[in-house]
Design a protein around this ligand. Structure first.
Ligand code: NAP
Length: 238
């Protein structure tokens, strides 16, 4: 299939913010690939959005698996030969399983597993897909971070998740520096506390508000900001 549309990939898009981001990108005219590790959930999510008349497909992706990332890259290369947007959304938050809020409660294994998905997973997917952006000298990469990764807010609770999001922000800075020459803009975003599986009630934000800044960053014009951290369209402290 040769699409005249811009192609976008959203990782971990079978539900939550990734799902809504896929919907909003497709509404803006993108052909969106919902990349999900669970085939059944991913197919169902894609079907729901196809039923809304949107240009969406599913492709399996486990961000912790190199081969899976390479397969996604090969699929996009064969089908479309290009990629405009990558939303690194997939994450885990598993500190709770060690039964405490303190960094002294959290097992090193839990930290390693969190980093594997939230940081190395992002790098793995990005390394696989960036060649498809470089070819066209165009790309927008949005790393979904969190205010919990801001160094100015390192409080107790979810230490593994916090460390992973701080490290993700470092990845954003390094990538933005290396990729700017290729017209590939890379930014981090905090979506705010949103009502999803992570943002259980009483999260104040509805989904549409959570994805608003993500969509803005995914569709920035050439020459716009890169290597920054945003919330509600405004730069925030690292
Ligand atoms: N919700 C909030 O209030 C909030 C606030 C700040 C930041 N964020 C950030 O926003 C993003 C989305 O949040 P959310 O609340 O929508 O999260 P969520 O509901 O937990 O969804 C996470 C998604 O990532 C997928 N995933 C996990 N590991 C994966 C892997 N190895 N390969 C592929 N996919 C994987 C999950 O798949 P399964 O369904 O198979 O588990 C799920 O689809 C995350 O990066 C989160 O840190 C959210």
């Amino acid at each position: 299939m040769n699409s005249a549309k811009k192609i976008a990939v959203v990782t971990g898009a079978n539900h939550g913010l990734g799902f809504e981001t896929s919907r909003q990108l497709a509404k803006q005219g993108y052909h969106v690939i919902i990349a999900s590790r669970d085939e059944e959930k991913g197919q169902k999510a894609a079907q729901t959005l196809q039923n809304e008349g949107l240009s969406i497909i599913f492709y399996p992706l486990n961000v912790t698996n190199d081969e899976s990332c390479q397969k996604l890259a090969a699929f996009i290369e064969n089908e479309f030969g290009k990629l405009a947007v990558l939303i690194n959304n997939a994450d885990i938050m598993i500190d709770d399983r060690d039964g405490g809020n303190s960094i002294f409660d959290v097992q090193i294994e839990t930290l390693k597993e969190t980093m594997e998905t939230n940081v190395y997973g992002v790098l793995r997917v990005t390394k696989a897909l960036v060649p498809l952006m470089k070819k066209r000298k165009y790309g927008r990469i949005v790393n979904i971070s969190s205010g919990m990764g801001q160094l100015i807010h390192m409080e107790i609770g979810h230490p593994g998740y916090r460390i992973s999001k701080t490290a993700l922000n470092a990845v954003t800075r390094i990538l933005s520096n290396e990729l700017q020459i290729n017209n590939i803009l890379v930014n981090s975003v905090c979506p705010g506390w949103v009502k999803t599986d992570i943002g259980v009630s009483p999260a104040p934000h509805i989904m549409e508000k959570g994805v608003d800044t993500i969509i803005w960053l995914a569709t920035l014009p050439d020459g716009s900001a890169t290597g920054n951290f945003f919330r509600d369209h405004q730069p925030i402290a690292w």
